[in-house]
Design a protein around this ligand. Structure first.
Ligand code: FES
Length: 574
């Protein structure tokens, strides 16, 4: 394995030479109060921190960064903290997904443009994990991902309640009149009890588990609660180990193989993770030069039992998963499906990592013969409505909708849907199919989590709690319901979804993985001729760049010019 020495440390290109420019770099470092000995001849480690005052899941990361830095200093490195775009999932509009690629670009260019030898990436709230990893993998410097950790468990009236999942449940109950105004208001301070990422198996937990399974985090990291003292120790370890990685020149390209990605997919399926992972894993894989497809994900999902009993599919929360042994323990149940020779960033194999792991609570991490659901975590659907694919979370479906034929009720945008859905005059029954379009990567834009369309209030009051819904949007990993998501191509680029009209018949067949708009080819062709491309929403700025660059969901929704592994030159120092 290649090793670094002082002369070929990347940072020393900035600091070490006897030139006027290097003099200026040393001078400016000292302007910040750094002694020469702090940065000269030492690996400079970036602590990329997605903390902000509007990112509640990362509220503790500024404090944790001090521990990361302490670890770096203890190992003989020089820490530099670099703030990066903080994507607080709930606060950012129109959706954090619109800015995932922005964060990826920011992370990549921070690492490339500055005197950095390696990095600790601090994130966890949904898009921050893929955003940071996509950017850092494209630069290919030694990295460790330090997950923010899940927030603490909460209870309400004796019942375990989880972030996101119970918000949706209680909202439907409130709409149906089963929760009163005072109770609804009191719930504002519940379910999100501490800093940390959603404690359910939402996108954050799914992506941090996948990152760990791929070897990008230290063993066990993903499940350590944000407020546990072990999380501070994890932060220190990330900093400490990052220096070693630099001296060993241990970059993602040296251990991130196809097997690493497949291990990530196996973990996702066993954990009952979010459908959002389909997009993010595809995007990360393309940055690493690994070919993956939606169809392959379906094949893996069919084989892997759902074992993790956490909301929204189960009964427990991430803190319980930590007590049950975390990811290494889960992996002991999956040895027939994992490549145990795959390595993490430190060079440990998965086999070595799990050799001492043990499941300590079988209610949370189930044995193979007691899977949480007979249905898998993911299914990939094709058909004339989604020729490039769509995804569903089968275990979250009502059984009666796994094979369903119904009348479409179409909404042309989220705004249209919100204006119409509770109109008492809306002609709708529980067996109709709710259709939302203009909610994809280009159409919304940014592909927000609008895919769990709200049910009409009048049906909620009749006791209806699920309907078949389909869209080109995403759905929060914390939610559930009979929702067909990520339809590709999306309506805004002329996908068949753009041609559906209220009253059309739609047929979904889970066992065939098929979604059809039951119209003749002639009728579809005529409608296609009449269809016009909607005008772009953004005429300038990041929005315009995004619209010009973003790919469809089945390809990972990255920017076309950011995918792939074509080399980017190091910046000249002069
Ligand atoms: Fe941050 Fe759910 S809102 S992880």
């Amino acid at each position: 394995m290649p090793h670094k020495n002082l002369e070929n440390l990347r940072s020393q290109r900035w600091f070490a030479a006897d030139t006027m420019r290097a003099f200026a770099h040393r001078q400016r470092a000292q302007q910040m109060g750094m002694a020469r000995e702090q940065f000269l001849g030492k690996p400079v480690i970036a602590v990329i921190n997605t903390w902000s005052d509007l990112s509640p899941c990362h509220a503790h990361l500024r404090e944790r960064a001090t521990q990361v830095k302490a670890g770096i200093i203890a190992a003989g490195g020089c820490p530099v903290e670099l703030p990066a775009m903080s994507l607080g999932e709930v606060m950012v509009k129109p959706t954090t997904m619109m800015y995932r690629n922005f964060l990826a670009m920011e992370c990549e260019e921070l690492l490339r443009s500055l005197p950095i030898d390696g990095a600790v990436l601090m994130g966890g709230c949904d898009k921050t994990t893929p955003g940071l990893l996509m950017g850092a993998i494209s630069v290919d410097l030694p990295i460790i991902f330090c997950p923010a950790g899940p927030m603490l468990n909460d209870r309400w009236r004796g019942q375990t309640v989880g972030a996101g999942t119970h918000t949706k449940i209680f909202w439907d109950d409130y709409q149906a009149g089963e929760i009163n105004q005072a109770e609804w208001q009191s719930l504002e301070s519940r379910m999100t009890r501490s800093p940390g990422t959603c404690n359910t198996m939402g996108t954050a937990s799914t992506m941090t588990l996948i990152a760990e399974a791929m070897g990008l985090s230290l063993p066990g990291a993903a499940s350590i609660p944000a407020m546990d003292a072990a999380h501070s120790r994890l932060a220190w370890q990330c900093g400490h180990n990052s220096v070693d990685l630099v001296w060993r020149d241990r970059r993602p390209s040296q251990f991130l193989t196809r097997a690493s990605f497949l291990n990530g997919l196996v973990t996702w399926m066993a954990a009952g993770g979010s459908t959002n992972a389909a997009i993010h894993v595809l995007a990360i894989a393309k940055r690493a030069g690994i070919d993956l497809t939606l169809a392959e994900m379906d094949g893996i999902a069919r084989k892997i039992p759902l074992l993790v009993n956490i909301f929204p599919c189960g009964e427990y929360l991430m803190e319980d998963f930590y007590y049950a042994g975390g990811l290494p323990a889960l992996m002991t149940r999956l040895t027939d499906h994992l490549d145990l020779s795959a390595q993490n960033m430190m060079g440990q194999t998965i086999g070595e990592i799990i050799s001492t792991a043990k499941v300590t609570d079988e209610k949370v991490i189930r044995p193979l013969d007691k899977r949480v659901s007979p249905l898998p975590t993911l299914a990939v659907i094709f058909g004339n409505l989604c020729p490039d694919g769509a995804v569903i979370k089968p275990f979250a479906f009502s059984e009666k909708f796994l094979h369903h034929r119904g009348r479409a009720v179409v909404f042309d945008s989220n705004e249209h849907m919100l204006n119409q859905i509770n109109d008492p005059a809306l002609n709708i029954s529980e067996n109709d199919v709710l259709v939302l379009r203009q909610a994809g990567p280009v159409g919304a834009p940014g592909m927000p989590e609008w895919g769990a369309l709200p049910l009409p209030k009048k049906l909620l009051q009749q006791g209806v709690r699920d309907m078949l819904r389909l869209s080109d949007a995403r759905m929060s990993g914390t939610h559930f319901g009979s929702c067909i998501l990520h339809i590709a191509p999306e309506a805004a680029v002329g996908g068949t979804l753009a041609l559906v009209r209220t009253g059309d018949e739609i047929e979904f067949d889970y066992s065939m993985r098929s979604l059809k708009l039951l119209l003749s080819q002639d009728e579809l062709s005529q409608r296609r001729k009449d269809w016009k491309t909607p005008p772009p929403i953004y005429a300038r700025g990041y929005g315009k760049i995004y619209l010009n660059e973003v790919e469809q969901a089945n390809l990972g929704a990255d920017f076309r010019s950011l995918t792939g592994t074509a080399p980017t030159p190091e910046p000249p120092i002069y």
